[in-house]
Ligand binder design. Structure first.
Ligand code: F0G
Length: 378
């Protein structure tokens, strides 16, 4: 077996990175596709549901796929500093990859609305953190403006190299299933990731997509994998939190609100690309309430053993509804991307206080006995 050295090395010929350029990598990618064993049966219908657990990337989210390519490219171009606005995960990833590359990292985060685990990551990786009295959309505007004046490379998903890296997740899904799924479900914030997956699926199928142009690469620069494995592509389903659902409202949302802070975004940067994904894949957008999101996060953890962050659980929460209503066809194979790890945000779990027991065999035996009895009589 050869040592896995990350997705730039694995997919270099399909990425706009020179053959000799050393990758800035933390061995991201190659994440598991885990089949759900318990939940789908409870929803009725006979669908096969698998989750692509992107929380198992080096900094705990899918952002690492884009960041390895964006930072590799920024270093290749001679940049000394990177900058991003972030709801948390991008900042954690940018901070780690910038350090790996020996670069300076600036991050703008919305005050009071970033999960502590993500802030901790940006701190330990030595980013210069600017907590702004504004939301993500304000941060994004400021990042664009400062990059006009100062020599800092933007590593948000408006950087086309980010989506190039993120498209590799679709390559992995097709590799593993030996075919694309019938449907692919994703949370939608800025809509970069859903656009990137679609780009990946289209490239694998040898199809042209407007997303390619929308994310900054002309037709000629598109890099088709040589082995075209299939002509089919999945229907793409994008879910937004009800309080931050510009794709459902048809226009930007001024004051987005949701407990799924990762997708607390009112003015998505990949607006046109995401509509192209919806049209071309004949997919749809839908919304879920915070209650539905948190309930699904809890079910994935307590029934399937998978702890993802709230924003990630929306992909499964939305799918459940669409299976139950019959919008998703019986017998389909569906992949949901779980974009980030639950450990980033333990605060949403609720009360973390624990009961103490004496350190005696008797007290342990009592608890074990009671629990076993309760479970067998249930
Ligand atoms: N899930 C998680 C865990 C995220 O962190 C994000 C975005 C998304 C989903 C949505 O992906 O923006 O490509 O549609 N997080 C960004 C950040 C905005 O700053 O970390 P998208």
């Amino acid at each position: 077996m050869t040592h896995y050295t990350g997705l730039v090395d694995r997919y270099r010929e399909f990425l706009p990175i020179g053959l000799e350029t050393p990758a800035v990598s933390l061995c991201e990618g190659n994440t598991p596709l885990i089949e759900l064993k318990h939940l789908p049966a409870q929803w009725g219908g006979k669908c096969r549901v698998l989750v692509k657990f992107e929380g198992l990337n080096p900094t705990g989210s899918f952002k690492d796929r884009g960041m390895t390519v964006a930072v590799t490219r920024a270093r290749e171009e001679g940049s000394e500093a990177v900058i991003c606005a972030s709801t948390g995960n991008t900042s954690a990833s940018a901070a780690a990859y910038a350090k790996r590359a020996g670069m300076i990292c600036f991050v703008l985060i919305p005050e009071g609305n970033v999960a502590m685990g993500k802030v901790a990551q940006a701190i330990v990786h030595g980013a210069t953190i600017l907590q702004i009295k504004g939301n993500f959309d304000d941060g994004m505007r400021l990042v664009r403006e400062i990059a006009e004046e100062m020599p800092v490379a933007i590593v948000n998903s408006i950087n086309p190299y980010r989506l190039q890296g993120q498209k590799t997740a679709a390559f992995e899904v097709v590799d593993e299933l030996e075919a694309p799924p019938d449907y692919h479900c994703l949370p939608v914030g800025n809509a970069g990731n859903i656009s990137a997956y679609w780009l990946g699926y289209c490239e694998m199928a040898g199809h042209v997509t407007q997303v390619g142009e929308a994310c900054g690469f002309s037709r000629d620069q598109r890099l088709f994998p040589p082995a075209i494995v299939t002509q089919s592509r999945p229907v793409m389903l994008g879910y937004q939190a009800s309080g931050a659902a510009p794709f459902l409202r048809g226009e930007p949302v001024e004051n987005p609100e949701t407990k799924a802070t990762a997708i607390r975004i009112g003015n998505p940067q990949s607006w046109d690309a995401a509509w192209a994904v919806q049209r071309e894949s004949r997919g749809w957008f839908d919304e879920c309430t915070d209650e539905e999101i948190l309930a699904m996060q809890s079910q994935l953890a307590s029934q399937e053993g998978i702890f993802c962050e709230p924003a990630s659980a929306i992909s499964v929460a939305g799918l459940m509804r669409d299976i139950q209503s019959g919008k998703v066809k019986e017998g389909s194979t569906i992949v949901c991307t779980l974009t980030g790890h639950g450990l980033k945000d333990p605060s949403v779990v609720g009360d973390l206080t624990l009961q103490s027991v004496p350190a005696t065999l008797e007290s342990i035996r009592n608890v074990v006995e009671n629990k076993l009895n309760a479970d067998t009589t249930a």
